[in-house]
Design a binder for this molecule. Structure first.
Ligand SMILES: C[S@@+](CC[C@H](N)C(=O)[O-])C[C@H]1O[C@@H](n2cnc3c(N)ncnc32)[C@H](O)[C@@H]1O
Length: 344
């Protein structure tokens, strides 16, 4: 920390005469009531708490909670945190604490592929996902007259764009009036945010499924650039059962579409495709008007699925999945086109 201040003093040609560095356990510091508001900032530890030690699973949340309590309605904070702060049920109460006062809350989110926010990674992990740096969110909380929440997409960038991406302000989406499963979403774009907002409270993709259905679709449990489909109930796949071929193709088209992918990027963790992500996908009232004319094409693509097979080596084993993302018709573009037509 001293080193950092020395660097800044030199760079800005200034000094920090009133600065007093305190070395202590953050959890044990008793923050005095002072006239001026507190400002907490930093990169807290991402460390799992021992069972029963805290109400939170991870120490970063203790840092955030303590800071929120001490800034009250007047101070500010800025922390680099794991992405899970935005969506995990474990931190639902922490998000509620953020909303206790009128505040400006901004979140920018950073993926861990192709480039990573922290360059060093975690050398003790050989698994490439863990060896890479985590997906992170930068949380900024400032006092305000009304509550306002803004959030970016889960930003991805190549190492060539690193300097530019990390030196500019990202594009924020207004999510103040938005709640989806209690999350702070990471809107992939403004259309998907509009789609989700308009469809909330309506029926969901789960309504297409039937427990004893004979038509089965298998969806990969992880995704990066596309939602993958598997042949048969192999490990790491979700089984979805449908009572009719028509519902099977409806689900196949929706799940391989740009609409679902953008939705998943908005509310998912950027890596796992959970059964909840699939089942809770909201079906907008007008979606079937776009989906039904495309079912014959979908059926043809499925019959030709071998053309879309992708294989990769995973822990010495070859796994294969189908990637229809480039071939399936866009639901996003047509969906909004259709809405405008209806309005005229
Ligand atoms: C992710 S590192 C960030 C270090 C530094 N801020 C930086 O950006 O280089 C988290 C730091 O928090 C420290 N730490 C862990 N538990 C702490 C606690 N209870 N109180 C204060 N610091 C703690 C760790 O030693 C570690 O240096």
């Amino acid at each position: 920390m001293e080193k950092q201040f020395a660097i800044l003093s030199k760079r800005w040609g200034t000094s920090f005469p009133n600065l007093k560095l305190v070395r202590s356990d953050f959890q044990k510091i008793r923050f005095k009531k002072i006239e001026r508001p507190y400002f907490f900032f930093g990169n807290p530890p991402f460390v799992t708490n021992r069972k029963g030690k805290s109400r939170w699973n991870n120490l970063f949340a203790d840092f955030v909670e303590t800071s929120l309590k001490n800034i009250n309605g007047v101070g500010s904070l800025q922390f680099i945190l794991p992405l899970s702060v935005a969506f995990s049920r474990d931190y639902s109460d922490l998000r509620k604490c953020m909303l206790e006062h009128n505040r400006n809350i901004s979140l920018s989110h950073f993926d861990n592929i192709p480039d990573t926010l922290f360059k060093s990674g975690k050398p003790e992990h050989t698994n490439s996902n863990k060896a890479n740096s985590q997906r992170c969110s930068i949380l900024t909380v400032r006092p305000a007259d009304t509550l306002r929440i803004r959030s970016t997409s889960l930003i991805r960038w190549s190492k060539y764009d690193r300097k530019e991406i990390l030196s500019q302000s990202p594009q924020y989406h207004e999510i103040s009036s938005y709640r989806f499963n209690d999350q702070f979403p990471r809107p992939e774009n403004s259309l998907i945010l509009k789609y989700i907002t308009q469809s909330l409270g309506g029926i969901q993709l789960s309504s297409l499924l039937s427990n004893n259905g004979k038509c089965k679709l298998y969806v990969s449990v992880v995704a990066r650039n596309y939602i993958g489909f598997r042949e048969g109930h192999v490990p790491n796949s979700h089984q979805l059962c449908f009572s009719s071929k028509r519902d099977f193709y409806r689900a196949l088209l929706i799940l391989s579409s740009d609409l679902f992918f953008d939705y998943w990027r908005t509310i998912g963790d950027g890596f796992h495709v959970t059964k909840g992500n699939i089942l809770n996908f909201p079906l907008h009232d007008h979606l079937d008007e776009v989906v039904f004319p495309k079912l014959t094409t979908t059926q043809r693509i499925w019959a030709d699925r071998d053309k879309y097979r992708k294989t990769k080596l995973n822990s010495g084993k070859i796994t294969s999945s189908y990637d229809f993302s480039k071939r399936m018709p866009s639901l996003m573009k047509e969906y909004w086109f259709l809405k405008q037509e209806t309005k005229c």
